[in-house]
Design a protein around this ligand. Structure first.
Ligand code: APR
Length: 299
């Protein structure tokens, strides 16, 4: 358990995330902060009142002031607008960039040693904006993408999967690194079936937006952010696909992209470079180009 984890943005993803952090008792105090007056306070109090029933001993508190988030060990950023039907994650770009800039300035001022888990979309670019504004080292700005993307096509028990690339249509699921109890997927399934599964995972976010109509997915995204926080808090040194600032890994530099990351108490401990086929390498390059193009659209 760490002392304090703050969640910025008390909407669907943020509130669900705060609840997950508290249920797992990952911090003595879980602070939910939003610009809406009363909403984070109400949700925080409501969650705290579930503690005697659920039996968790984390204090959940809602606020509008960054002073209450001061010296957080971890900050999960979910502030921003969510997708509506017909919108891509990139359509959120300039609105969410403005919000993430303001949030990052406040993080830098009040929690200069925090590890930031970025969730706001478009994910890879928002992580970049946060790193620019806070000036934090790459060990302390990590994007949540791959844990969610792989959850959309693996199973609870036996399937292990790896995805690389940006959090969007160009993500690169690595079928060759997907195994079922150690058995490579290709030995169990025909190529077209694998491709259909991968395709559904790739469009998993849009599928939920089309069903909800008023917003985007939040249970699985929140659970994914909580899993990353847990790996950090418990110094698990888990290898999870996350968006990280590349400095030469996979032959790429100066951008956030989804790669296998080792997470421990100090945040990003290591990026694990895996061997790729020519086809996978080309797909990863295309994904990196898409992230760079979105970055260039920033006003
Ligand atoms: N500071 C703090 N909170 C803010 C700010 C800000 N500057 N601007 C907006 N918010 C809050 C809103 O008031 C709202 O409560 O962010 C919250 C966003 O909540 P939702 O609209 O429910 O959106 P959600 O589904 O939680 O998605 C948030 O996460 O997965 C991504 O693509 C998604 O970018 C989106 C983000």
């Amino acid at each position: 358990m760490v002392n304090k984890i703050s969640v910025v943005g008390g909407g669907n993803v943020g509130a669900t995330c705060a609840q997950g952090l508290a249920l797992k008792e990952l911090a003595r105090e879980v602070v939910l902060i939003d610009i809406l007056e009363g909403v984070p306070q109400g949700k925080g109090l409501d969650q705290w009142e579930s503690a005697p029933i659920e039996g968790f001993d984390s204090r959940v508190r809602g606020t509008n002031s960054y002073d209450d988030t001061a010296n957080s060990d971890i900050i999960v950023v979910t502030a921003g607008i969510a997708r509506k039907p017909g919108m891509s994650r990139e359509d959120l770009l300039n609105t969410n960039a403005g919000i993430v800039r303001q949030v990052s300035e406040n993080i830098k001022r009040t929690s200069p040693n925090a590890i930031v888990i970025m969730v706001s979309n478009p994910l890879d670019v928002m992580a970049h904006v946060c790193m620019q504004v806070t000036g934090f080292p790459r060990e302390r700005v990590i994007g949540m993408a791959g844990v969610l993307d792989t959850a959309r096509y693996r199973s609870v028990e036996d399937i292990q999967a790896l995805v690389l690339g940006g959090h969007g249509d160009t993500m690169v699921p690595l079928a060759s690194y997907t195994t079922v109890s150690g058995i490579p997927l290709a030995q169990l399934m025909k190529k077209d079936r694998i491709e259909a599964l991968v395709d559904r995972a790739r469009n998993g976010g849009a599928e939920i937006v089309a069903l909800l109509k008023t917003g985007s997915a939040y249970y699985a995204p929140a659970a994914a952010a909580v899993q990353m926080a847990e790996a950090i808090v418990k110094d698990k040194k888990r290898i999870l696909p996350c968006s990280a600032w590349l400095q030469g890994e996979f032959g790429m530099k100066d951008l956030f992209l989804g790669v296998p990351c080792k997470l421990g108490r100090d945040g990003l401990m290591e990026i694990i470079e895996v061997e790729l086929t020519g086809e996978e390498r080309a797909a990863l390059q295309k994904s990196a180009d898409a992230v760079t193009e979105t970055m260039a659209l920033l006003k």
